[in-house]
Design a protein around this ligand. Structure first.
Ligand code: HEM
Length: 528
């Protein structure tokens, strides 16, 4: 009962003063000085002026003035929770990663779900890709799988990312539209980027209007490597499969929800955990070797392609459970810093040019967003395993090197000299052979932009195909320029004649000539 811990009195001007009784917490300044009156600034006489000497007033307003930090340049709106990963099948024969060794062992995790294009205050059920970022606090360092709820991406090379995002975010002159993708700039960029056609099929599907974060799949998207104790590597794709299955709303519901409850998804996650109904996913891996990669119809380094599950089945190796809400949204969900370059011994990158670019981008943006190179000192970002290094100083340094030495090699011995290298346990990169000359070029093996788009479309049920057709008609009907609509139709004709016809008639447009394709799409692929 709160009334036990304070006494309530009215001040001279009618304002409410709640003063502590014995045992209650005392309000202080950030320097710890007890505050006697938090309702009135210090004035010369009851009617002022206010005095510069009022350090409590100045400190309080100063701190408030600096509460905001820049929102994430993408994925600004998100919601997170704590939980754990539990290994159900050991991968010790394939990787030395500590997290994959001992069945039944739990590893602490933090997950943040997000939309991509909207601002921090945008509605939850916008048609958009969802981020699915997982931080795993392993015994050999933090490993982040910074994925999405769609297994492919719009672009093949990270150098196009600023253009993609500029086109998807509000137009520079008018500052709208905010959260939806339905506008000229987005479809202009997409229609000029045939590599995005596979992703377009996925974003026009119901996957971009999920019923709940708890009912979404997650994907690491890129091909990564698993590396064993002898340095031998396999390729791997990571999948999160929701225990509740995949579920979406329909567009009509999405539009209403965005008006009635813009917090629909975050409320759902909070309430589920509150009720003890803990959201859960299985971790699946598709593991394949160089021979498979060499014989695959597409390039495994191309993030616009999947590895079909009938070719490489998904093997379930663990479960992720979210069982604890954050204590404070800003401290945790806003300040968490995921980064694709956070990998651990036993995991490695491939040369996927999208992944290589991401590895630069996240750390760079987080310095700006969080304001200090010491953001790993924040509890949500700090490793849970022992860590020691010679990084020091900078804004907000919480743990500088202890002892005499802040450099190595040094002569100060084990107690004073600080941490040393560990060639046996330390991270080593796979010794991959470079491909050839230094070039600014896209490989031919990345050139088939339509086959897997078709494969995805034909794998959908008739009602799902109808939703995709409706979504394309709705989105493209918001595009004012006829040449952009037509250009989109010219791509759809490579994907599926029926779909192209439906969208053309929905828009009241004739079918144009097919887009020029860099390579002929394959028509004989089985549905994915
Ligand atoms: C943020 C996923 C491509 C740059 C995020 C987040 C996710 C994500 C899930 C939100 C992390 C969080 O919750 O805090 C992906 C996926 C991609 C992709 C799956 C493609 C496979 C890219 C590319 C770039 C990029 C190509 C840049 C070259 C960023 C940046 C942020 C971000 C700058 C904001 C990070 C922050 O402020 O902490 N991305 N992304 N992303 N992404 Fe990506």
């Amino acid at each position: 009962d709160l009334s036990d811990s304070f006494q309530e009195e009215q001040g001279q001007g009618g304002e409410t003063h709640q003063t502590t009784q014995d045992g209650g917490a005392v309000l202080t300044t950030s320097q710890g000085v007890p505050v006697a009156d938090d309702q009135n600034s210090l004035k010369q006489g009851a009617r002022g002026p206010t005095l510069l000497e009022d350090f409590h007033f100045r400190e309080k307003i100063f701190h408030f003035d600096h509460e905001r930090i820049p929102e994430r340049v993408v994925h600004a709106r998100g919601y997170g929770a704590h939980g754990y990963f539990e290994l159900t099948e050991s991968l010790s024969d394939i990787t030395r990663a500590d997290i994959f060794q001992r069945v039944g062992e739990k590893t602490e995790a933090f997950v943040r779900f997000s939309t991509v294009a909207g601002s921090k205050g945008s509605p939850d059920v916008a048609r958009d890709v969802r981020g699915f970022a997982v931080k795993l606090y392993t015994k050999e360092g933090n490993w982040d799988i910074v994925g999405n709820n769609i297994p492919v991406f719009f672009i093949q090379d990270a150098i196009k990312f600023p253009d993609l995002i500029h086109a998807a975010k509000p137009a520079p002159d008018r500052g709208f539209p905010q959260a939806q993708t339905a506008h000229d700039n987005f479809w202009d960029f997409i229609s000029l980027s045939p590599e995005s056609m596979h992703m377009v099929m996925w974003i026009m599907s119901d996957r971009t209007i999920p019923r709940s974060f708890r009912m979404m799949e997650g994907f690491g998207v890129h091909t990564f490597r698993l590396v064993d104790a002898d340095g031998q590597s396999s390729y791997v794709k990571f999948h999160w499969k929701p225990k509740l299955g995949l579920q979406s709303v329909v567009w009509n519901e999405a539009v209403k929800l965005n008006g009635a409850d813009p917090d629909f998804h975050r409320r759902d996650l909070w309430d589920a955990i509150d009720a003890g109904d803990f959201p859960e996913w299985e971790l699946g891996v598709q593991i394949f070797d160089q021979e498979f990669a060499d014989n695959f119809d597409f390039d495994v380094l191309d993030a616009t392609k999947i590895i079909p599950e009938e070719l490489v089945p998904v093997r379930i190796v663990g479960r992720l459970v979210l069982d604890r809400q954050v204590d404070n949204f800003f401290a945790t969900t806003e300040q968490v810093a995921f980064c694709t370059q956070n990998i651990v011994p036993g995991i490695d990158f491939t040369n996927d040019p999208l992944l290589q670019g991401r590895n630069f981008s996240y750390l760079d943006t987080q310095l700006k967003r969080l304001g200090s190179p010491n953001f790993t000192h924040l509890p949500v970002n700090a490793p849970r395993c022992p860590f020691a290094h010679f990084q020091q100083d900078g804004h907000m340094a919480m743990h500088n090197p202890a002892g005499r030495a802040n450099y190595e090699p040094n002569s100060w011995g084990p107690t004073q000299g600080g941490p040393r290298e560990d060639p046996a346990r330390g991270f080593t990169s796979v010794a991959a052979t470079p491909d050839g000359d230094k070039l600014r070029i896209r490989p031919e093996s990345f050139a088939d932009h339509y086959s897997q788009a078709r494969q995805f479309y034909v794998s959908q049920t008739p009602i799902e195909q109808k939703h995709m057709g409706d979504a394309l008609v709705f989105e493209l009907s918001k595009v004012e320029r006829p040449d952009i609509r037509s250009r989109m139709l010219s791509h759809l004709m490579h994907i599926d004649d029926g779909l192209a016809g439906t969208v053309a008639s929905g828009l009241g447009l004739p079918l144009p000539e097919k887009a020029k394709a860099a390579v002929s799409p394959k028509t004989d692929l089985p549905p994915s």
